[in-house]
Design a protein around this ligand. Structure first.
Ligand SMILES: [Zn+2]
Length: 282
């Protein structure tokens, strides 16, 4: 699932390329009346909170996109062509990278006023696309925890202090802290040398402070590498990000720990596959 660094990378690219563009036509795989509301509207800003993308329009409305499990946004040019086998119409692109399978599950195509298109590719169809009023967008954000890039260390420490839940599921609980998912939770706790099954209330303020520092460090590092394409996530160009080549523990079960050389273990914490070093993380 795209997490904060992947969504931030997407938002940064879109801000460079689609600000001040207007929507001229929107194709949706399943008819979506909401989209009629935003035809002709201009993109004035693009923001992120946690894993959510908020495309602000000159009408005051907000196009909200949540990529969920397997969605990613692409910028390119597509046209309808006929599938040689089924005879059905489908979207095709001349660009080679867009022909990669992960980029071929188009659910929405937003036509912009510069002949380019913004498309949502989503193999498993869980992504959410909605048009919010400002109030609806505010309500949505209110239900989420703070974004780890937007809060200070003290606030972060106070948030976690005394909580009975295990640290890893807590880091990933979007109502508690918004943006971290399964990949980065494992990576952060390895850096902080904390066992993912420790409860937050067993950690001192110093330990939680370390979690804060490494949350920001790992997130910033991944944003620099343009996110993690272990799974379906791709850049808006259709290419892969780079963080998957820099994993510390994630997906490294039975491989040697980068610090002590002992084997990285895979276990299940809160129902999710979790990687950690039993020797380094206490
Ligand atoms: Zn180790």
């Amino acid at each position: 699932m795209p997490e904060l660094p992947e969504v931030e990378t997407t938002v940064l690219s879109l801000k460079r390329k689609v600000l001040n563009r207007a929507f001229v036509f929107i194709w949706a795989e399943r008819p979506d009346k909401d989209m009629d509301k935003i035809i002709g509207k201009k993109i004035t800003d693009i923001k992120r909170h946690g894993k959510g993308i908020f495309v602000h329009l000159n009408s005051g409305e907000i196009l909200f996109i949540h990529l969920k499990m397997t969605g990613h946004l692409l910028l390119g040019e597509w046209e309808h062509c006929k599938n040689n086998q089924t005879g059905e119409k489908e979207w095709c692109s001349q660009e080679e990278v867009m022909q990669e399978k992960k980029n071929g599950f188009l659910r929405y195509v937003f036509f912009l006023d510069n002949k380019k298109q913004l498309a949502l590719s989503d193999p498993r169809k869980f992504a959410r696309v909605s048009v919010f009023t400002k109030e609806e967008a505010d309500d949505y954000v209110k239900k989420l925890g703070p974004d780890p890039l937007l809060i200070g260390k003290e606030e972060f420490i106070n948030l976690f202090s005394g909580k009975k839940k295990m640290i890893k599921p807590l880091l990933m609980d979007q109502q508690f802290l918004s943006g971290i998912g399964n990949i980065y939770a494992s990576e952060i706790l390895f850096k902080a040398k904390i066992d993912p099954e420790r409860t937050a209330n067993s950690l001192g303020r110093k330990d939680i402070g370390r979690v804060y520092e490494f949350t920001r460090e790992i997130i910033q590092k991944s944003i620099k590498l343009k996110g993690d394409s272990t799974s379906d996530y791709r850049l808006v160009t259709g290419k892969k990000g780079g963080y998957q080549d820099h994993h510390l523990v994630y997906n490294r079960g039975n491989l040697p720990c980068l610090i002590c050389g002992k084997k990285i273990k895979r276990t299940v914490v809160g129902g999710r596959g979790t990687y950690y070093c039993p020797a380094c993380q206490k």
